[in-house]
Design a binder for this molecule. Structure first.
Ligand SMILES: [Zn+2]
Length: 80
């Protein structure tokens, strides 16, 4: 959970995803574009984990401006 999402009560996951994409925090696939903590756009991905056959399978995205974790990507899906 984070500051912005904590202050907004979403009735459904769909409305939360809609909010994030409409406000430019994620693209339509859920990939982070902007920091949900400070609105920074300098993002960094770390902690890559690799599988022999599929390449990168998991990594985490951090904001370079405030240093907080924004999202975790695993097997093609984002968790914000
Ligand atoms: Zn930030």
């Amino acid at each position: 959970m984070n500051l912005i999402l904590k202050t907004i009560q979403f009735k459904t996951i769909e409305s939360e995803v809609k909010f994030l994409t409409e406000n430019g925090y994620t693209n339509e696939k859920g990939r982070p574009l902007k920091c949900i903590h400070c609105n920074g756009i300098n993002l960094d991905s770390r902690n890559h984990q690799y599988m022999d056959t599929a390449g990168v399978c998991e990594y985490e995205v951090y904001c370079k401006e405030c240093g907080k974790s924004i999202g975790h990507w695993a097997y093609g899906y984002w968790e914000v």
